[in-house]
Ligand binder design. Sequence first.
Ligand code: GLN
Length: 539
Amino acid sequence: MAKYVFVTGGVTSSLGKGILAASLAKLLQARGLRVTIQKLDPYINVDPGTLNPYEHGECYVTEDGAETDLDLGHYERFLGIRTTQANNVTTGRIYSTVIDKERRGDYLGKTVQVIPHITDEIKTRILTLGQNNTYDVIITEIGGTVGDIESLPYMEAIRQLRLELGEGQSMVLHLTLLPYLRAAGELKTKPTQHSVKMLLEIGVQPDVLICRTEHPITNEIRRKVALFCNVTPDAVIEALDAPSIYEVPLKMAREKLDILVLRKLKLRPPHRAELSSWKAFVHRLNHPKHSVRIGLVGKYVELKDSYLSIVEALRHAGATLETRVQIEWIHSEKLEAGNIESTMQGLDAILVAPGFGVRGWEGKIQAIRYARTTGLPFLGICLGMQCATVEFARHVAKLKGADSTEMNPQTRYPVIDLMNSQVGVANKGGTMRLGSYPCRVQTGTLASKAYGKTKTIHERHRHRYELNNKFRERLSEAGLRMSGVNPDLDLVEMIELPGHPWFVGAQFHPEYSSTVDRPHPLFVSFVQAALQNHSQRVH
Ligand code: GLN
């Protein structure tokens, strides 16, 4: 039977529960245990697909087409596993399931209540992952902060589950903050005491406290926290700020978090921790031999989490090539013909990001036009590829006023148009083309060089619009190469420009599947092109 680690957070948000959960999972996986992570989000949206990135950062997409919290991206990148819809559940989804059941008559005659109906549904979602003996350990991260009204049903579900699962079958790990008061020159423990008190009021005793801190914690503080929070001093773990998220597993290993967890769960792992490839990755990341500057053109650049998977995929690729990838954030709304050249100065490549809506669209077109005409390596993802198609149609194929119907429904040349399957779709939630689809890569293209032997690739999608097949011939004749096509639906998935050093557009999102162990080939090829461009410019 799978054992459970529940991860809760106290004092403030943004303490890094997702990274902590992923780090613990990594350490257990490194000892040969089969681990997965689940995130329970206390908001009412059925999934984060309908949220603006400014709300919760990027929307991550799984192979099975679930639109999920960005923490699932961390889980996949750290563990090299694939997650599914079951790995991310929101309050909205829980309620909508319970309300559907009520309408069907499943609870006929009964008053439907938070306890037991909502808590039962939460427990079912937690236990489902543990069935079929697929995992030894399931780490369930509860979003939000202890004390939030929204997270109460989750805490109650954990309290019940711990009792039902029995001794040694589950544990609670509470991530908290020890703020440093400069005037007093001290780390303060009171907020942590309060947040644990709140947990205790609900009937949940944490087994381990992980304390985020800017300064090392002394034994005295450790003892104090332990005393007031009802745990042993060895269960108070220091989590000093780390220079990169990839160092957190190594830090937690030094703090012996994994050993503590194994002891509490009475688990014997198959072997000792095997972290050499992880350490090698961190070493490459920290000791680059080269450096490139890549412009990331998007309209959500104020919030870096909006493009989290892209940033991490660039880092993975950079580490592979022993190259530091310095990202220059470029706001697409601020780009215009007059400032394009100065903005692009000194960049070794640009990446045009995914997105929705017309804001910043023309700025992206300007950036792509510059990259196309000057030989600057370019990667366009999803909207970035659509934008490259429009730029090419307007300026090379001479289809004046060509556009995407998302931006201009009246355009004479709708080179990007709504997919047939999307016409008439009114609901916004979960109705895009989502999840993994196959794509045949044409031989002799940049794409096939990047992917190597694999002729049919599988990549994840999240979009409503596509390259309009009615314009395929005209665009091809003008020199646009369709280097990847979906064999079943006959949709163009990749484009490139013969004669340009590196110009690739992908309708799918390669960034979602890049992991520490397997950096994405397209990103590696892109960073390599940036590196080549850099050395040519310098020499
Ligand atoms: N807005 C575009 C579409 O829906 C692109 C989406 C994206 O970049 N993820 O097709």
